[in-house]
Design a protein around this ligand. Structure first.
Ligand code: HEC
Ligand code: HEC
Length: 510
């Protein structure tokens, strides 16, 4: 595949209807298609689902096809409400849970800042300790197993560090950061850090005897939430195109070869697309309600703490566990909401804003265009694939509702949705979490789609990246790439400083 040449910057006034954007809170946060000058087609990250909004609502705004049809709009609003409203105990929350609503972890349809990373104390040697403390809410998912992959009896897959009144959370998290300094070939320094977790305050030991869990037996891996940019497009992807991409994804000169994850759910073998290891075939609405919030539903009718002694305590508190807590219709509306979210348009920068580049003064738009060229030169696009297509019939929701509006679109997600080995060497761990999900091994991760990434700071007020949020900015995220990403990372590292900055500026325009 040859890099996409940068076209001369011909300003094209997109002949779209100017959109009046209700969700804009400040005037300079809004722009319309008519204001948007770009390389042909590239402003439209997701075809007709592109939204021209630049505020903290950039991920959480409905696409036109939702807004323009009354029935769609009604379902979106209901789904949005169910997604954001804090579940109450009466509404099915808990008894133990990890988040109190989808939006508690995916604030503004993004990545809630992990509250866990607030310092709570220090070790005897002065090492700062961060943690969820007695009440703190982590906004993360923590998967706990035995070293051999088996679940601990009485716990299950996810550690629930929150609980309703009268019930004890399963455990609390504590973390310590390991940090090291590194130097780019040109002498500029940077540092990388990764968090190492311990679990404290187990509600109960392992097994019937209540023996404390042996820490040497414990394996845990932590994930920060993913942005909800382009969920509908991901579900509408042409699966053949992804499978062909996997067959084609073989660049021995750069050590890159992506592969598909497949999962069998309810007897059907499907291509995995969602989640950090492409370990799910759908948007995990039922799983989210059940596993993350403790709300039972038709697909997961059992309480997640089934078998815990707490179940009994809960029943004694008069809670009802024999009815489903979220209806199948409501769950489909949440699924609809996720599918109906628009994808923010690319912001190509102003021609009037001066920018410095290698001793010259150019403008912001030119700098971003240089950064885009550097993205191809560093071979980022071999995994962060720029252009894909959705299948003609679009996507289908949980209960079988068809969404034809998502069909037949050319999209720019900056991902191949494939698994890549991201290495285990850097700082002795790399990105390997030793956790197997479907066909994905510990060192394998789905290429994170980069569309909308430049707005994360505006939407969620932080710049933590990668599956566990260890990267504190975009440069660190790149410098953690190893394994199949090693050659690409080195191409980035060897660039002149101004070219690295231009590449980052380009990422910020996505
Ligand atoms: C406790 C925090 C938490 C809660 C609550 C939560 N999520 Fe998530 N969500 C996550 C994390 C962490 C991931 C990444 C998981 C992984 O890859 O292992 C994720 C991933 C996802 C993804 C995949 C996105 C992608 O790019 O592939 C979807 C879709 C999703 N969540 C939807 C939901 C819905 C719907 C709800 C409510 C029913 C919900 N989540 C509740 C933390 C949460
Ligand atoms: C071999 C495939 C591959 C190549 C090449 C690659 N990436 Fe990635 N990238 C990934 C994968 C896989 C992840 C997810 C890793 C994780 O979360 O642990 C990722 C994550 C990222 C993230 C963090 C996204 C987020 O929201 O957390 C950024 C930023 C990024 N890549 C930028 C780049 C840039 C810039 C380049 C080129 C210098 C590049 N990548 C090259 C596969 C690749």
């Amino acid at each position: 595949m040859s890099p996409k040449p940068i076209k001369p910057i011909t300003p094209i006034r997109l002949m779209l209807l100017a959109l009046l954007l209700a969700a804009c809170d400040r005037e300079d946060d809004c722009f319309t298609a008519a204001d948007f000058e770009t390389h042909e087609g590239y402003a439209l990250s997701a075809g007709t689902s592109t939204v021209f909004i630049n505020s903290s609502f950039a991920y959480d705004t409905e696409a036109d096809w939702v807004e323009n049809i009354k029935a769609n709009s009604r379902r979106f609003i209901n789904g949005d409400g169910l997604y954001d409203d804090a579940l109450t105990q009466a509404g099915g929350l808990g008894p133990v849970y990890a988040g109190y609503s989808c939006g508690s972890c995916h604030r503004n349809a993004g990545r809630t800042k992990p509250a866990l990373w607030t310092q709570t104390g220090s070790d005897a040697d002065g090492t700062p300790v961060y943690g969820s403390g007695s009440y703190g809410f982590s906004a993360m998912l923590v998967y706990v197993t035995r070293k051999n992959g088996a679940f601990f009896q009485n716990y299950g897959r996810v550690l629930h560090d929150q609980s309703i009144y009268g019930v004890t959370a399963e455990g609390k998290l504590e973390c310590r950061w390991h940090e090291e300094q590194f130097t780019f070939p040109d002498g500029e320094t940077y540092s990388l850090a990764y968090p190492q977790y311990t679990i404290t305050d187990w509600y109960k030991g392992y097994g019937d005897t209540g023996e404390p869990i042996d820490p040497t037996e414990l394996f845990c891996t932590v994930r920060i939430p993913l942005r909800h940019v382009g969920m509908g497009q991901m579900m509408a992807l042409d699966r053949n195109e992804i499978e062909q991409l996997a067959a084609k994804s073989n660049y021995p000169e750069y050590g890159i070869s992506g592969r598909c994850n497949y999962i069998t759910e309810r007897g059907i073998r499907q291509l995995g697309l969602s989640g950090n290891k492409a370990q799910h075939a759908d948007l995990t609405v039922e799983l989210g309600f059940s596993s993350d919030m403790g709300a039972t539903n038709s697909r997961y009718p059992e309480e997640i703490c089934e078998g815990q002694s707490q179940m009994l305590e809960g029943s004694m508190m008069g809670l009802l566990y024999d009815r489903l807590e979220v209806s199948t219709e409501d769950m489909e509306d949440v699924d609809f909401y996720l599918h109906g979210l628009g994808v923010p348009a690319r912001r190509l920068g102003s021609t009037k804003q001066p920018a410095a580049y290698k001793g010259r003064t150019i403008n912001e738009r030119e700098l971003i265009a240089i950064g885009e060229q550097k993205f191809y030169e560093a071979k980022c696009h071999l995994c962060h694939v720029t252009t894909l297509h959705t299948r003609p019939r679009g996507a289908t929701l949980l209960n079988g509702t068809e969404l034809p509006w998502l069909g037949g679109q050319t999209i720019h997600p900056y991902s191949d949705y494939l698994l890549h080995d991201m290495g285990s060497e850097l700082m002795g761990v790399g990105l390997n979490d030793n956790y197997v999900s479907g066909l994905a091994r510990g060192n394998e991760w789905r290429t994170t789609p980069l569309w909308g990434i430049g707005l994360q700071e505006k939407v969620n007020a932080h710049t933590y990246f990668l599956h566990d949020g260890r990267a504190r900015n975009l440069t660190e995220a790149i410098m953690w790439h190893g394994g199949e990403g090693e050659a690409s990372k080195n191409l980035f590292a060897k660039m002149e400083k101004d070219d690295r900055s231009a590449l980052i500026k380009f990422l910020e325009s996505l």
